[in-house]
Write a protein that binds this ligand. Structure first.
Ligand SMILES: [Zn+2]
Ligand SMILES: [Zn+2]
Length: 646
């Protein structure tokens, strides 16, 4: 039913020019669309959690898009009295460093590659690398069509499911199930596991919900999504908190229990709260991403304070700034029993690094380079869409209906993911569904490398070539070499993260790129769609380009993320603070499930446990869960998990 609604909205949207003022002016259409989307029929209470007796009953994921690890910790430690410092129990030590009394933090946590939103968040909720879950970029190509062909769609057609117009994708993930539909069965989400255990998941504004009931997925209303275009990032975040409070109120029969000591409030097993504002703010404002994020984090800090301490002014605000609804929320702190059973995880999907305005690379460079490569017909497809009425409509339609793009005559397909571009090659005289031909891929890689060396020296940092299920470092020193033998340093854990983009089996190559072009980020370059006005073509004075910061690279600025677990039950006295020395975003899902006692719970339909699923694909799961997090959380002697609330 909602899919039908999605189509209607897609058409409604498609007749609107993208300018925000004109969206506001079509108020009657907007009101209809908004009201329709806001009608989330809410469930009565159902299900119950089935975790271990001594485990946590609830996990709340605070998902902050684009937050750099250094920005987060500097905010906690250097801002003037942020709420987060109290919440996490951050205390300065005699040597000047901070210990976190109420938290277990990962000190060197990294995201997957490419460090872009869709692959990273998909890894968060599945616990595996992109080469297994298949979401290998915000833009990507499924060479043989997406894994889960849906009713009414052309099966077996070739389709790049994601396009270079990020705003279409940002809507399509909600209204055309872009990510939910494309996840293969062998990559269950945490919500799938919770559902198999008869628990409930509540997802507010996040883009993946598979496993949760439709009614428990509070995706953004059209009006809230439009705030992106209007750059009302902070209000978007406020609306996330409002939707959470409204959902919890509905789950508790329409009102919040009194806050006496015995009061109980119902909370789902897993709750994901998505705050996208910081990423947007960084892209458009951040000449200095680190400093810009310190400023924006005050808003995130305020959201967390309201979440825990409550507020009688939790407001839903429309894109014109008008308050549409207001709720009084007592705050989670008013329910000590519940709080004691809840583990919070604050996590980001990637960082940010500064780019030089006008240094975005796209079709101009790649078309020129590919003219010199031995592709049979030279037919190139780069997903670069100019934003106008017709393209917007056409791209949105093809995103939903699988229009067969690229077609079999195309030789090369390019996707752009910020710090990296992916190149897919049709093997000569073969079809797209045929496995890539390594010798051919290597030849193309060398031609591209030479073209850049001769025409755009210093722009490319590396090219990686896929040979079956491994990547090799190409071109800089002649012959391609296995990445294990490379002495290069492209960023933290770069070999594992690059390898995580490779397919599980060579034969299963579907969305893993044949070539990866890594841009020279230190020189301010990125890969992005020139046709989008706010990225601009040349960064000239008459262009309104304001894309100032980006991600997608292997480098530390793009890759290092905060991962911090906190709970009133976590109580440690400095200097015995527990921290996790090394962690990947893919380690978060097993940790959450373990905390809930569901790590080994059998998935009803598959007959498998999550741990068995991860064990089947050792190269595509995290490396540190059992070595560090498991032992940290289960270390009896140091009682990291204290039963008493401090
Ligand atoms: Zn993101
Ligand atoms: Zn971003």
């Amino acid at each position: 039913m909602r899919k039908g609604l999605g189509y209607v909205l897609v058409i409604v949207l498609s007749v609107m020019p993208l300018g925000c003022e004109s969206i506001s002016s079509i108020s009657s259409i907007k009101t209809i669309a908004t009201n329709a989307l806001l009608e989330h029929p809410l469930p009565s209470r159902y299900g119950s959690t089935v975790g271990r007796e001594d485990g946590f009953k609830h996990v709340v994921i605070i998902a902050v898009d684009g937050l750099r690890a250094d920005s987060f910790y500097d905010f906690v430690e250097t801002s003037r009295a942020p709420y987060l410092r109290t919440l996490l129990g951050a205390m300065q030590q005699p040597d000047g460093t901070f210990a976190y009394r109420n938290a277990v933090r990962a000190k060197n946590a990294v995201t997957v590659f490419p460090s872009y939103t869709f692959p990273s968040w998909t890894s968060l909720v599945t616990g595996v690398y992109p080469g297994l879950h298949g979401i290998t970029g915000n833009q990507l190509l499924f060479r043989t069509g997406p894994p889960g062909q849906q009713d009414g769609k052309k099966s077996g057609s070739l389709e790049a499911r994601y396009y270079s117009e990020a705003h279409i994708d940002a809507l399509a993930v909600y209204w055309a199930y872009l990510l939910n539909n494309d996840l293969p069965r062998q990559s269950p989400t945490i919500y799938d596991v919770v559902a198999a255990a008869k628990g409930q998941s509540l997802i507010v504004h996040h883009m993946i919900s598979r496993g949760a009931k439709d009614t428990d997925w509070r995706y953004p209303s059209y009006d809230t999504a439009a705030m992106y275009i209007k750059h009302e990032a902070k209000i978007y975040d406020h609306n996330t908190l409002y939707e959470f409070v409204a959902a919890v109120q509905a789950l508790n029969g329409g009102s919040f229990p009194n806050s006496d000591a015995d009061a109980e409030v119902y909370l789902p097993t897993v709750t994901t709260l998505y705050f996208p504002g910081l990423d947007h703010d960084s892209h458009i404002h951040a000449d200095q991403p680190h400093d810009q994020q310190l400023t924006y984090l005050a808003n995130v800090d305020e959201m967390l304070e309201r979440l825990l301490k409550g507020s009688d002014r939790i407001e839903k605000v429309d894109s014109d700034g008008r308050v549409q609804d207001r709720l009084a929320w007592p705050g989670l702190n008013h329910y000590p029993k519940l709080l004691n059973e809840t583990l919070f995880v604050l996590v980001s999907d990637h960082g940010h690094s500064h780019i030089t305005m006008g240094s975005a690379l796209s079709t101009d460079e790649l078309e020129a380079a590919l003219k010199h490569v031995p592709v049979p017909h030279g037919r190139l497809k780069v997903h670069e869409t100019s934003i106008n009425f017709f393209n917007f409509f056409a791209k949105l339609t093809s995103t939903i209906f699988y229009s067969g793009d690229p077609d079999e005559d195309d030789d090369v397909f390019v996707t752009l993911n910020g710090g990296s571009a992916a190149i897919y090659l049709r093997p000569p005289k073969k079809k797209w569904r045929d496995p890539a031909d390594y010798d051919y891929s290597h030849k193309v890689a060398e031609a591209i490398w030479d073209w850049f060396a001769n025409n755009k020296a210093g722009v490319l940092q590396a090219i990686f070539v896929r040979n079956g299920s491994t990547y090799l470092e190409c071109c800089r020193r002649g012959a391609a070499i296995p990445i294990e033998e490379s002495s290069s340093d492209y960023g933290p854990e770069w070999r594992r993260r690059l390898q995580g983009l490779a397919p599980v089996q060579a034969a299963g190559a579907n969305s893993s790129p044949d070539l990866i072009l890594l841009v020279n980020r230190k020189a301010g370059y990125t890969f992005a769609n020139h046709q989008v006005p706010w990225i601009g073509t040349n960064g000239t004075a008459d262009s309104n380009a304001h894309w100032k910061s980006d991600h997608g690279h292997l480098a530390s600025e793009d890759s290092s993320i905060p991962v911090i677990f906190f709970s009133p039950r976590i109580s440690q006295l400095p200097p015995q603070e527990k921290s996790i020395p090394q962690m990947s975003i893919v380690d978060v899902a097993p940790t959450i499930l373990d905390a809930l006692g569901l790590y080994d719970a059998k998935l009803l339909d598959a007959g498998l446990s999550y741990s068995e699923i991860l064990a089947r694909f050792p190269s595509h799961r995290g490396n540190s869960y059992y070595e560090t997090i498991y032992t940290t959380l289960h270390d009896q002697s140091s009682s990291v998990l204290n039963r008493a609330i401090p």
